[in-house]
Design a protein around this ligand. Structure first.
Ligand code: NAP
Ligand code: G4F
Length: 332
């Protein structure tokens, strides 16, 4: 083996998994990635782009496969990024969300214990700002911290809260090195098209190129603390390099509405009258909404020496420019 450290990443085919495997590879890690399904549609493209990753077949809902993955990788660091991660989808698939996003974490922690490697493994759990819920009564003026009250507003948020607490419980009960990263929204060129920022950047590029007429949206009012995914995986890695495990918020400390994102994205292609390109469809509304998320990254900045590099205008620009390039090169 080339690298000294060995990492196992679940959710490696997702946005954060791709950024993280790149970062770990650059740091000399031997990287193992968990891939699910007998014929995963993302496998071929993933293998072409990240040939250095050893793919291990397993599923967060299948304890036997997880034990085999932990044994095969002999990982020192396990990053649990795998999840049903789309909030809207979680309302329509609440039980699946609970099985993967909540119980999957328990399955993975138990696999690590059963493997006999609990003392050697440092574990990262991908917790989320969705656990806070964005309601007025629990929202501190200077942003949510690690100690703020939770009030999840979706099956996804509730599943993630279970995951957060079971991870903390394994730290307290068994002395495992378990870190949780409470991450606010982070986006970029690898974001799935089902999430609002990428849907917007891709649609704006297509409209500019004459491939699409409108963007069909839900509510434009919610505000999010949006950062760049490449910055956030650095924070995940730093959490596992600490002397002691803990819980850290990663955020930018700024919040912007969906409408602001749209406005800036259209500006990037020289369009000011963006409203005429937006259509509304109830399909994209959620039974309960998270109106405003704003994080306070003070602890991470102080203890991890972490700070985001890409600001909000930089993020919008990066995504629109990427999608202009991608859409110009494709026929569809
Ligand atoms: P993502 O792009 O949606 O990726 C999710 C990953 O989970 C995919 O690789 C998917 O694999 C995998 N997965 C789904 N079901 C699985 C199962 N049953 N077994 C194993 N793997 C499974 O998510 P992301 O944006 O990279 O986020 C990474 C993690 O951070 C997630 O846990 C998310 O909830 C959390 N998080 C994200 C944000 C954010 O703003 N991005 C903020 C806070 C927390 P397939 O390719 O097979 O579908
Ligand atoms: O992009 P979104 O789907 O992200 P959301 O719900 O904030 O969740 C993301 O961030 C969480 C961290 O806070 C992660 F834990 C989670 O895994 C995920 O990565 O929606 C953002 C906002 C929402 O208020 C939504 O209602 O955009 C609004 N929106 C309006 N129209 C839309 C649309 N969202 C989507 N996906 N598609 C629309 O057409």
């Amino acid at each position: 083996m080339v690298g000294e450290n060995r990492a196992l990443v679940t959710g490696i085919t997702g946005q954060d998994g791709q950024h993280l495997c790149e970062l770990l590879n650059a740091k000399g890690y031997e990287v193992f990635g968990l891939i699910r399904g007998q014929r995963n549609a993302r496998r071929e493209a993933f293998e072409a782009e990240f040939p250095f990753v050893h793919l291990v077949e397993a599923d967060l809902t299948d304890p036997t496969s997880l034990l085999a993955a932990v044994r095969a990788s002999e990982a020192d660091e396990v990053y649990n990024l795998g999840a049903i991660s789309h909030v809207g989808y979680s309302f329509r698939n609440p039980q699946l969300t609970a099985d993967v996003t909540a119980k999957g974490v328990l399955n993975l922690l138990e696999a690590i214990r059963s493997s006999g490697r609990a003392d050697q493994v440092r574990f990262y759990q991908a917790s989320t700002s969705e656990m806070f819920g964005g309601l007025d009564y629990n929202r501190p003026g200077n942003g949510y911290t690690e100690d703020s009250l939770f009030h999840p507003r979706s099956p996804y948020g509730v599943a993630k809260l279970y995951a957060h607490w079971i991870a903390r419980n394994y730290r307290e009960s068994y002395g495992m090195f378990v870190a949780t990263g409470i991450l606010f929204n982070h986006e970029g060129e690898r974001r799935g098209l089902e999430f609002v920022t990428r849907k917007i950047s891709n649609s704006v590029a297509r409209i500019h190129l004459g491939k699409q007429q409108h963007i069909v949206m839900g509510t434009l009012d919610p505000k999010r603390d949006w950062g760049y995914a490449g910055d956030y995986v650095e924070g995940m890695w730093r959490m596992l390099q600490q002397d002691k495990p803990g819980d850290w918020v990663l955020a930018t400390g700024e919040t912007h509405s969906v409408a602001e994102f749209i406005e800036l994205a259209f500006k990037e292609v020289g369009i000011d009258n963006w409203q005429q390109y937006i259509k509304y469809d109830e399909r994209f509304m959620r039974p309960s909404e998270v109106d405003l998320l704003l994080g306070n990254p003070e602890r991470a900045e102080k203890e991890l020496g972490w700070k985001r590099e890409v600001d909000f205008p930089g993020l919008v620009k990066l995504m629109v420019q990427h999608d202009l390039g991608m859409e110009s090169a494709s026929q569809n």
